[in-house]
Design a protein around this ligand. Structure first.
Ligand code: SIN
Length: 305
């Protein structure tokens, strides 16, 4: 693939600021291939229809929105998330925030010897819940306790990944479909993190493998996107396993070229909303002696086409 990549043009850098006409809050594009900050907006109260329309448009345009300084409650987090659609309940119910089944705790903290959350969530590049027949529209992750070092989250723009593939490869990929499965790396993760619970039969039944197109069209912005990820995509349907593995490896490597990536360095009370239909993400990792705790909601999307 490297010879092919040599002909791919490099991604432009962005630095433009988009001022808002009615400016009760500001949306400022990040100097990265995706992402924007939302400033001077408190999510502790309900957003006007006009404000919601601006946020929705910015989400469609920038794929990752960083809402700064959100000292809000879990109930307010859930309420804001619900504006975008029904919320999905994660299969590992052990790690729900008590009293809020819609919130998955992402945390390396142990209380009374037991993990309170998924400490190794996002250890491989992925799109949340791509293993569901109806995957996620987006996820909202709210920082509650941050480490002094580490704990970054990386996001890769899958529209750019698709658009920079050679036309000959795009033509091959367009009709293909791929299997996604939650258990692809589950045992590998358990071997490294034995605190991960063994899945019950009921949990396994909830996450049976599904098949999605390799190339999807974003329902809001109409752009095509590469919809495969190393965490959950297990094979290309109809190809011998070795060919499927080769092709997927090639696509996984291409998807995370540095020019497609924004790295989020968390600040206190950040709420980050990302589009699982157009980005994949990776948790950069936290040193063992540092505490990290974030709350995540996941909004249901539509069947990918
Ligand atoms: C996730 O994959 O949802 C978690 C990302 C993170 O912890 O940075």
């Amino acid at each position: 693939m490297s010879a092919v990549y040599a002909s791919i043009p490099s991604t432009p850098r962005f630095s433009e600021q988009s001022a808002t006409p009615d400016s009760s809050f500001e949306i400022r594009q990040l100097a990265a291939p995706l992402g924007a900050e939302v400033l001077d907006l408190n999510l502790d109260r309900s957003l006007s229809d006009e404000g919601f329309a601006r946020i929705s448009q910015a989400f469609s345009d920038h794929h990752v929105l960083v809402f700064r300084k959100q000292d809000i409650t879990p109930a307010q987090h859930v309420q804001f998330s619900r504006r975008f659609g029904p919320l999905q309940i994660h299969v590992l119910r052990q790690f729900q925030l008590p009293g809020h089944e819609e919130i998955l705790q992402i945390s390396n903290i142990r209380e009374n010897g037991k993990p309170i959350g998924l400490g190794d969530a996002g250890a491989f590049w992925h799109s949340d819940l791509s293993y569901k027949a109806v995957p996620s529209l987006g996820s909202l992750l709210h920082a509650r306790e941050l480490p002094d070092t580490g704990g970054d989250t990386h996001f890769a723009n899958m529209h750019l990944a698709w658009e920079t593939l050679p036309a000959s490869l795009q033509k091959i990929l367009l009709p293909l479909r791929a299997e996604h499965t939650y258990i692809k790396r589950y045992e590998e993760q358990r071997a490294k993190a034995p605190w991960r619970p063994a899945l019950t039969q009921a949990q396994l039944d909830e996450v049976k493998p599904v098949v999605h197109p390799v190339v999807t069209t974003h329902p809001d912005n109409g752009r095509k996107t590469l919809f495969v990820n190393e965490h959950f995509t297990s094979r290309i349907v109809g190809l011998p396993q070795d060919e499927s593995d080769d092709l997927l490896q090639q696509l996984f490597a291409h998807s995370i070229r540095p020019e497609f990536i924004y790295t989020h360095k968390w600040q206190e009370d950040d709420m980050v909303f990302w589009d699982n239909r157009s980005v994949i993400h990776l948790a950069g990792g936290t040193p063992d002696d540092q505490r990290r705790r974030l709350n995540r909601t996941t909004v249901e999307g539509t069947v990918p086409v």
